[in-house]
Design a protein around this ligand. Sequence first.
Ligand SMILES: O=C(O)[C@H](O)[C@@H](O)[C@H](O)[C@H](O)COP(=O)(O)O
Length: 249
Amino acid sequence: MTSSPLPRIVTASDRKNLASAVARELLPILVQDAREHSADRPFQWAIAGGVVHDVLADLASIIADEDDLDADWSHIRVWWVDERFVQATHSERNDQQAVSALFAQLPGIQLRPMPSDRGQGLDQAAEDYADLWRSDIGDGVLDFALIGMGPDGHIASLFPGRAHEADGAPVLVVRDSPKMPPLRLSLPMSTIASARDIWVVAPGDSKADALAEALVLGAHEQDRPIAGLPRDRTTFWLDTDSARGLEVR
Ligand SMILES: O=C(O)[C@H](O)[C@@H](O)[C@H](O)[C@H](O)COP(=O)(O)O
């Protein structure tokens, strides 16, 4: 089986240089979007965990070195594509890591973290985030998704052979994630895939096979969830190791 032309692919030598290349390209985009949007019509940005935190930390250091960016961060709203359902103070929480890496230094930025475990149960947590989503985005789409990919090709908490949709609901409940911890919330594939612009940051040799299967051999989304993203709106940020199965250098 072959598949359609490759999406935009950018490579760097290694994970560190990759994260900094992503941050350097992203900052002017965020600043521009902060200027063009308003607090009532914010730029809707969704993030994952993992290597995305490296990008956020690099953004933080570039921003700290700038004299005056003239950006009103309250015009940007941040969603999470997935989250680990553990207590708020747990070191595995994606939101806390992202706040420490960057968001604590962007005054006014609108954060929409997924609920933590406060004893309310996973189903209730999903309902609560779904309500927030309906009131803040409704039928709209994300402007931008900045995500990673696991070695099995998963994105967010959408794993091979598992559900990628929530029967039309805005939030998917994941109870037995193959990646720890087992309880998670995730945006569905249709929501992530409909973002106006999607960047996947996926360095490392362990990811090369899934990328080649999805992008070159035409694997199905059920086997390699990354294959569910639209090629014309997705940029793949890879390093030399993860890009080894693709015809790019
Ligand atoms: O587990 C999470 O919190 C994620 O959001 C998940 O989807 C992550 O993005 C990938 O597993 C890639 O993780 P790395 O970037 O650490 O390889």
